[in-house]
Design a binder for this molecule. Structure first.
Ligand SMILES: NC(=O)c1ccc[n+]([C@@H]2O[C@H](COP(=O)([O-])OP(=O)(O)OC[C@H]3O[C@@H](n4cnc5c(N)ncnc54)[C@H](O)[C@@H]3O)[C@@H](O)[C@H]2O)c1
Length: 479
């Protein structure tokens, strides 16, 4: 970030010329001490940089309060004249605990400026965009306010370097389109960061200080570094930062809100069921929370679809119970359907790789997960059926599950070594996360294949290695 020039020293030195020479050294010593104090005060109290917040709503105003701790000048812009006039008169147009005190009456609040005029925000180092992105008639997010704010910022930037940091929630692909626009217009003085916001109304300030992750998506390491430095200047050392590309940052925000919505909808369904069956919802939630350690969110990993002896059977039982209790389309039923659709997409991916009839596919892993021989309701069963239906030859390797699978599908060719199974194949399909499969030498595998196609349904292999050894790969959203 650039630093603004100040020169509070010159005036003091001029005054020294009018005193006698003897006194000069004494004055000089006092002067130097004073100068040191003055510089210290300047460093502590004078803003070093200027950042702007575009959109003074729930997010923008909470940001302004928190950002003022940075000591930077915070220019808050809004197109709503009435709102700005209220804010200038210390009237908060929304209710949020502690926000009014922080925005209008804290020592830091003197760094906050409210305006309708984008020109007042000229020369800002970073423009944080917090404008609304409501739902369109077609269900997508309305980007009108975002585009308008973006244009206004570009207009005042001219050729000056600046970072536009978008905090508004947008559907994935939006930020890339803004980035492409900047490139087409050759506006390479402007860098773009997507920094979705996670605060919750009602505890916004607490969230921002203590709970919010800082997700930074950009094509520019320099911009990410600057925005991170800015945040670190006032956030706690415990704040978690995650740096990625635009699309991942956009998906994180939508995924988090939807994940939260799914969980809330689920607990509401469970509460309705408890009312009908004399269950106690608070104990049900407590019980679920106690079991959370078995599948913590942090270790959620995609795969070929759940299987095994429990999930398919129990979700089916629960779905039926819910149906008889009047839940026409429960979340459990939707989860079952989603699992089936996921397997179907995987089958289509495999078939897309093996275009010719009589092609050969090698399945690596047959059990529904690693470290068990259990093949009950394993995704491998549906996949074998679909591949056989399409006239393909199937070879398979699994450290423990071959005996059981042989009984179901004697026509599959089974191997004790993954390399034997891979030999002359047209497509490798990784279904189980066994260590023996994880540790395969990809270079050797690439030399044994007939065609270097791989569908890695467990994200076991490093994409850079797959590329290095010439594989045409499909995986579960990893790159
Ligand atoms: N409210 C939340 O709790 C929350 C949390 C996380 C993310 N978000 C996201 O943050 C964004 C902002 O949400 P909000 O609740 O603060 O919205 P809001 O409606 O409360 O405030 C947005 C402000 O932007 C102003 N505005 C509109 N167009 C403008 C323009 N071109 N230039 C300057 N100002 C303009 C509006 O006048 C309004 O004051 C949305 O995308 C929202 O989805 C909101």
């Amino acid at each position: 970030m650039k630093h603004k020039k100040r020169n509070p020293i010159r005036v003091y030195v001029k005054k020294l010329d009018s005193v006698s020479k003897q006194d000069k050294w004494g004055y000089m010593k006092q002067g130097l001490t004073g100068l040191f104090l003055l510089i210290s005060i300047c460093i502590i109290t004078f803003p070093e940089n200027q950042v702007s917040i575009v959109g003074c709503g729930y997010v923008g105003l909470a940001m302004a309060a928190v950002f003022s701790d940075s000591g930077h000048t915070i220019i808050c812009i809004d197109t709503d004249r009435n709102k700005i006039s209220q804010l200038k008169n210390n009237v908060l147009p929304i209710y949020e605990p502690e926000l009014a005190e922080r925005l209008f009456f804290s020592p830091q609040s003197k760094h906050i400026v409210f305006t309708n005029d984008f020109n007042d925000a000229k020369d800002s180092d970073v423009y944080f965009v917090c404008v609304p992105t409501p739902t369109n008639t077609d269900g997508d997010c309305d980007r009108t306010y975002l585009y308008s704010a973006f244009d206004s910022i570009i207009n005042i930037c001219g050729n000056a370097p600046a970072i536009i940091c978008i905090k508004s929630t947008v559907s994935p692909g939006t930020i890339r389109s803004l980035y492409t626009y900047l490139q087409e217009q050759e506006l390479d003085n402007i860098e773009l960061v997507y920094n979705p916001e996670f605060m919750r109304e009602g505890c916004a300030l607490q969230d921002i200080y203590t709970k919010n992750p800082v997700i930074l998506g950009s094509e520019s390491a320099h911009a990410i570094q600057n925005v991170e430095t800015f945040y670190r200047s006032f956030l706690s050392d415990n704040t978690k930062f995650l740096k990625t590309n635009f699309e991942t940052a956009e998906i994180i925000k939508y995924a988090w809100n939807s994940f939260s919505a799914i969980r809330i909808a689920y607990v509401n369904e469970l509460a309705d069921l408890c009312s009908l069956l004399h269950g106690d919802i608070s104990k049900v939630v407590q019980g679920i929370a106690l079991s959370e350690e078995l599948l913590p969110t942090a270790v959620l990993k995609p795969g070929p679809g759940y299987g095994g002896s429990c999930f398919p059977k129990d979700t089916s039982g629960f779905k039926n119970l819910l149906k008889t209790q009047g839940f026409a389309s429960s979340l459990v039923q939707q989860a079952i359907e989603s699992n089936e659709l996921h397997k179907e997409r995987l089958i289509q991916d495999i078939l897309a790789n093996v275009t010719q009839q009589q092609g050969t596919v090698t399945l690596l892993g047959l059990s529904f997960k690693a470290n068990t021989n259990d093949i009950r309701s394993a995704p491998s069963i549906d996949i074998i059926r679909a591949l056989m239906h399409n006239g393909l030859t199937i070879k398979a390797y699994d450290p423990q599950a071959i005996q059981d699978m042989k009984r179901l599908f004697p026509e599959v060719h089974y191997y004790k070594s993954p390399y034997e199974a891979i030999k002359n194949t047209d497509c490798i399909v990784v279904l189980t996360e066994w260590d023996q499969i994880k540790q395969i030498d990809l270079e050797k595998a690439s030399q044994l294949c007939h065609k270097k196609n791989i569908v890695d349904a467990r994200n076991l292999y490093d994409v850079s290695l797959l590329k290095k050894f010439g594989f045409n790969y499909i995986n579960m959203g990893a790159f």
